[in-house]
Design a protein around this ligand. Sequence first.
Ligand SMILES: *Cc1c(COP(=O)(O)O)cnc(C)c1O
Length: 381
Amino acid sequence: MKLATKLIHAGQEPDPSTGAIMTPIYQTSTYVQEAPGVNKGYEYARSQNPTRKALEECLAAIENGAFGLSFGSGVAATDTVMKLLRPGDEVIAADDMYGGTYRLFTKIYEPMGVRFHFVNMGNPENIRPLINANTKLVWTESPTNPLMSITDIAAVAAICKENKILLTVDNTFATPWLQNPLDLGADIVLHSGTKYLGGHSDLIHGCLMMNDPELREKLYFIQKSCGAVPGPMDCFLVLRGLKTLHVRMKAHCENGRTIAHYLRNHPKVGHVYWPGFEDHPNHDIAKMQMRDFGGMMSFILTDASGEAARRFLTGTHLFALAESLGGVESLVNHPASMTHASIPKAERDRIGVVEGLIRLSVGIEDVEDLIADLDAALNKV
Ligand SMILES: *Cc1c(COP(=O)(O)O)cnc(C)c1O
């Protein structure tokens, strides 16, 4: 089956009891047993739920994985991977990534004795000097949040395989429509389903996909033991969102391309971070591992002050000033004070998440209206 068909059908059969074509929301905590231990495969809803099961099968299929696990949020999925580790273990992570992941690593797991090395993953060779006998996990995003750097996933996966290190790729920005990290050699793919998979800014959800059955068992055991499960209503909403992922992503990519070029040609805009530009440092790798370049981008005004950025951020109407991304509606965000505020300022400045940086999640409204909105805001700067 091709991806567009899997998005609509994978894991979903008409409900056997009624024929309902849409997977019902099994809003139940427990399941009646015929005799002790005799049941229909469901015992208690922290462990199993039919709506969640349909979603997990669909999620596995769209990332070309054997297994999917579905969580109450993206960070709950990240937390579950981190619980594979023990004090003394070391992690090599991208130095440009989601602020909440950085916070979980440095504020929760570092004090518990896990050691982190943050490197620029734009060059996979940066990983090698940090590998030692304690290195258990490499963590990267591509494109990264918010600077849109590209990691050569196949090259990083090769280094990880050579050294028997687990590789997790956060594929939230790209979505399974644009990129499939398991096919490139990653061990675990993570998504914040809150973003493009749900696609309508109406839920919080996360997921992990993988091929190794032993790894699946370990992660499922942690989830069952620690309880980071999604509710059936949210699973239903993600299933519904997935049915249009391909249609939405085509529109996000098309609008994203038009707006990236518009910004780049605007006299009040300085650098635009978007992997679709031929002079993006890893454009060739992006072209190789992605089907298109998506609707996320960041830029700096020619007046790179925080004050100019603030005037722009309060000057848009259609682009709503909000955290999050990947919904049908366009959003604008100030990483330094919003999504990435949990990263210390010195570290933010070092990697380029400066006061003047603005991030856009380009939605699927009419692109002429979006450009008129950006134009009006730029005129106020
Ligand atoms: C939002 C996000 C997360 C965290 O997901 P939640 O659903 O908010 O918990 C992780 N990674 C990336 C890239 C994100 O954008």
